[in-house]
Ligand binder design. Structure first.
Ligand SMILES: C[S@@+](CC[C@H](N)C(=O)[O-])C[C@H]1O[C@@H](n2cnc3c(N)ncnc32)[C@H](O)[C@@H]1O
Length: 260
């Protein structure tokens, strides 16, 4: 597997502080909950759970209504698995968080009613790898199983943020100041090279650590084709939770179902 960026490993402990400004996890979780409910899903796996925001949100709402739904999560980063596991333990949930690669799933075939893969987790994958991912997801789903994921939209690249450095985070970690600066450059029409510079400062001593990730942007038509070639039918395409797809939105959310 390709080396993961530090955002998902060394800095997993800061992930929520850095990234939750870009996501409405509560809204996404309500939307996912509605989809799982309307499809009668008895279990769900988050195959790239990160710090576990979606799965813990789903667990929390299930606890309120005494639901029997089962929750599973997986991530390729050990540090993310630790953060997500701690979040679930705090809720008193016995849900398991596995360490695993979604391109080589360590999971039983045809065992899930639904799988989710949220917040641009496909970002670094080529079309061939996306095809491999869809095939892996198909193999763990039961027939009619639901697959929900979102990607960055090639029509929605925020050109105004390219080539301009910007600081998006500044917070305190037990007396240590943490600052993140970003610089993104488009290196192909659908590929953005993102660099992050983390500056740490405590007691007048500073440290600078850099991070990098290639963000691939996908088109609605390419992914629709890959899904249908991989044995899925598409039940809905959205720009954000509850909002039907509109051109040029930054993200595309797909709701697909495994067919026979
Ligand atoms: C942008 S984060 C999204 C995390 C979470 N889904 C969220 O909404 O916050 C992408 C996640 O995908 C995980 N990931 C990347 N490649 C993976 C792979 N091959 N298998 C499983 N997880 C992977 C990363 O470790 C990271 O936690």
């Amino acid at each position: 597997m390709k080396k993961l960026p530090k955002l998902y490993t060394d800095f997993a402990k800061y992930y929520d502080k850095l990234e939750s400004q870009y996501r409405d996890y509560a809204l996404e979780t309500r939307w996912l909950e509605k989809l799982l409910e309307s499809h009668g899903c008895k279990n769900v796996i988050d195959i790239s759970c990160g710090t576990g925001n979606h799965i813990s949100g789903l667990v929390q709402s299930a606890l309120k209504v005494d639901s029997k739904r089962e929750f599973y999560a997986m991530d390729a980063s050990e540090e993310m698995v630790q953060v997500a596991s701690a979040k679930l333990r705090k809720l008193g949930s016995g849900s398991e968080v596995l360490l695993g690669d979604f391109l080589k799933m360590p999971l039983r075939q045809s065992s899930f009613d639904s799988a989710i893969c949220m917040y641009w987790s496909l970002a670094g994958l080529s079309h061939e790898q996306v095809r491999a991912l869809f095939s892996e997801v198909r193999s763990i789903l039961k027939v009619a199983g639901l697959f929900v994921f979102d990607v960055e939209n090639s029509e929605g690249i925020k050109e105004n943020l390219l080539n301009e450095p910007f600081i998006d985070s500044f917070f305190d970690d037990e007396g240590k100041s943490v600052i993140r600066a970003n610089l993104s450059r488009k290196i192909e029409p659908d590929l953005v090279d993102w660099h992050a510079y983390y500056l740490f400062e405590k007691g007048g001593v500073s440290e600078l650590i850099n991070d990098n990730m290639k963000l691939k942007f996908y088109s609605k038509s390419d992914l629709s084709r890959l899904l249908s070639e991989s044995g899925f039918s598409i039940s809905g395409v959205y720009s954000s939770p509850f909002i039907e797809y509109r051109e040029h939105s930054p993200s595309i959310y797909f709701v697909a179902q495994k067919h026979e």
